[in-house]
Design a protein around this ligand. Structure first.
Ligand code: ZN
Length: 474
C-alpha cells in the first residue's frame, strides 16, 4: 500500500501560536485527512512539534522568570493543546529536547562527520540573532539591516564546526533535475535553483557560545546549531526514522521564509549522511489580516483558538484555507468573517441540509425516494484538487456544489411541486439527497467535525435522520 508522510515545521516556543501557525498546520491536516480517507489511517503519518533548542527559548524563559525546562514544558503543552483544540489530528508531536531527538541528531552528525563533511574552522560574519543565522552582505537591506528583523546584524567571530555544503552544489542540482516536484510551487523552485547555481558556501553548524542546546558528539564545548538540529526532527519524530516505509514519501509543508534551510541544507545533510532525501517540500505563502501585516505592535495578532471558540473549528479551517491560494501570498479578511460564516456555512451548506431533510419529513414522511444519479465528476474534481495540493480550489468546488444544490431546490420549488406532481418531486428529492451525500463525503476532508452530523441527517437507506442546525447563525 502506498504511504504518505506529512510534516509541518516545528515551531519556536518563545510565543504562543497565532493564526499563521494555525494556517500551516490546518492546511497540512486537511491534506492528511484526504490521504487517510483514500489510503487508510495506518498508511499516513502526520508529524508536528516544537523547536526548543534555541537562544530564543533561553531569552523567553528568562523573561518569564522560569527555569528553562519548566518554561519549555508549559509552552510545548500550549502548542500541543492549541492544535488539538482547533481540530488537528497529528500522529505524533516531537519536541527537540526529547531523548529520541538527541539520539538522532548525534547519529546523523556522526554519520556526516565520518563521511568527512564536517570540519573545524574559524568563522567571521554578520549574525542576526532574530534569524539565528549568519547573513551575507548581499542579503541585507539598504540600511545594512536584516530585512526580516529590521536590525543590523552583529559582527561575530567564532571557532565553529562547518558542514561542507559547497560540495553538494552539483548533487543538489541533479536531485532537482531528477525530481521536478522536489520543491513546489514552481516560483520557489526557481528561486532555490538560482541560489544553488550562484554558489554554495560551507556553513557553520555549531555554536561555542550557546547556553542551551544539544552538545556535539565530538566536542562537548559546542552546541549544535539550532537549524541543523531542528531539521533532523523529521527523522527523529518518525518511528524507525529513515528506515521507515514512510520516509521516502515525506512531504514537508513549510512557510516560504524557511525554504533555503529545507531545500538546500536539509537535502545536502541527508545526502552527506547517505540517506535518501524527502520526496517534496511545499512552501506556502504569507497572508495579511484585512490588508495589514500581522504584528504585536499593531495589535492585530489573531488567536486561532478565540476564532474557533466563536465560530467552530470547521469554520476556522475553511475560512482560513479558503481565503487564498495555497502556495501564494494572500489576505485573510477577519472583518468579513461573520459574513463568510453566515452566508457560506449557516445560510449555505447548513441551511441546505436542514431544508432538504425538513421537507422530506414533511412531505414524504421521512422516507427516501429511489436513488438519484450520483455526480461522480464533482468528487473526482475535488479529489484531484487535493492530490495537487490545491486546497482553495477544493474548498471552492465544495461551495459551488452547495450553490448548485440550493439552486435546484429553489428553481424546482419542490415544496410546491410535491403537491402537483409527486413523482416529479421525488426525482428532485432523490437528486438533492445524492448531492448532499457527495457534500458529506467532501466534508470529511474540509469540514471534519460537521461531516458526521451531516451523515446523521442523511440517515439510513430508507429514511432520513432528524433535521438539525449544522451552523448557528451569528
Ligand atoms: Zn533577522
Amino acid at each position: 500500500m502506498m504511504k504518505k508522510y506529512f510534516t509541518t515545521p516545528i515551531y519556536y516556543v518563545n510565543d504562543i501560536p497565532h493564526i499563521g501557525h494555525a494556517y500551516c498546520t490546518l492546511a497540512t491536516d486537511t491534506l492528511v485527512r484526504y490521504w487517510r480517507k483514500k489510503l487508510g489511517k495506518e498508511n499516513v503519518f502526520f508529524l508536528t512539534g516544537t523547536d526548543e533548542n534555541s537562544q530564543k527559548t533561553v531569552d523567553a524563559a528568562k523573561l518569564a522568570g522560569k527555569p528553562i525546562p519548566e518554561y519549555l514544558e508549559g509552552m510545548a503543552k500550549i502548542w500541543r493543546t492549541t492544535f488539538e483544540k482547533i481540530g488537528i489530528e497529528f500522529d505524533d508531536f516531537i519536541r527537540t529536547t526529547e531523548e529520541r531527538h538527541l539520539k538522532k541528531v548525534h547519529e546523523l552528525f556522526t554519520k556526516i562527520h565520518e563521511g568527512g563533511d564536517i570540519y573545524k574552522g574559524k568563522y567571521t560574519g554578520k549574525y542576526c540573532h532574530g534569524c539565528e543565522t549568519f547573513l551575507k552582505e548581499s542579503e541585507l537591506d539598504e540600511e545594512g539591516n536584516c530585512p526580516d528583523h529590521k536590525k543590523p546584524p552583529v559582527d561575530l567571530e567564532e571557532e565553529n564546526y562547518f558542514f561542507r555544503l559547497s560540495k553538494y552544489e552539483k548533487p543538489l542540482l541533479e536531485l532537482y533535475e531528477k525530481n521536478p516536484s522536489f520543491l513546489e510551487p514552481e516560483s520557489r523552485r526557481n528561486e532555490i535553483l538560482n541560489f544553488i547555481k550562484s554558489g554554495l558556501e560551507d556553513i557553520s553548524i555549531s555554536r561555542e557560545t550557546s547556553e542551551f542546546g544539544i552538545s556535539l558528539p565530538i566536542d562537548e564545548n559546542h552546541k549544535v546549531y539550532v537549524w541543523f538540529d531542528a531539521l533532523i526532527n523529521y527523522l527523529s519524530g518518525l518511528p524507525d526514522g529513515e528506515k521507515s516505509e514512510f520516509w521516502g514519501e515525506a512531504v514537508h509543508i513549510i512557510g516560504k521564509d524557511i525554504t533555503r534551510f529545507h531545500c538546500v541544507i536539509w537535502p545536502a545533510m541527508l545526502l552527506a549522511a547517505g540517506i535518501k532525501p524527502y520526496k517534496q517540500v511545499f512552501a506556502h505563502g504569507f497572508f495579511t489580516i484585512d490588508g495589514q501585516k500581522m504584528s504585536k505592535s499593531l495589535g492585530n495578532v489573531v488567536s486561532p483558538v478565540e476564532l474557533a471558540e466563536k465560530y467552530g473549528n470547521d469554520a476556522l479551517r475553511v475560512g482560513l484555507i479558503g481565503s487564498f491560494e495555497f502556495g501564494h501570498d494572500g489576505d485573510f479578511s477577519l472583518s468579513h468573517f461573520d459574513g463568510f460564516y453566515n452566508s457560506k456555512l449557516a445560510g449555505g451548506v447548513g441551511n441546505l441540509f436542514n431544508r432538504v431533510v425538513v421537507l422530506i419529513h414533511k412531505f414524504l414522511d421521512g422516507k427516501k425516494p429511489e436513488e438519484g444519479e450520483r455526480e461522480e465528476d464533482v468528487l473526482t474534481k475535488f479529489n484531484q484538487a487535493l492530490e495537487k495540493q490545491e486546497l482553495q480550489r477544493a474548498i471552492n468546488i465544495f461551495f459551488e456544489y452547495v450553490g448548485s444544490a440550493n439552486q435546484l431546490l429553489n428553481e424546482t420549488e419542490v415544496w410546491k411541486l410535491v403537491k402537483e406532481d409527486l413523482e416529479a418531486s421525488k426525482k428532485v428529492f432523490a437528486t438533492l439527497l445524492q448531492k448532499l451525500e457527495i457534500l458529506a463525503e467532501m466534508a470529511e476532508v474540509i469540514l471534519p467535525e460537521t461531516a458526521p452530523r451531516m451523515r446523521k441527517m442523511l440517515g439510513n437507506a430508507e429514511k432520513v435522520g432528524e433535521p438539525e442546525i449544522l451552523f448557528e447563525r451569528k
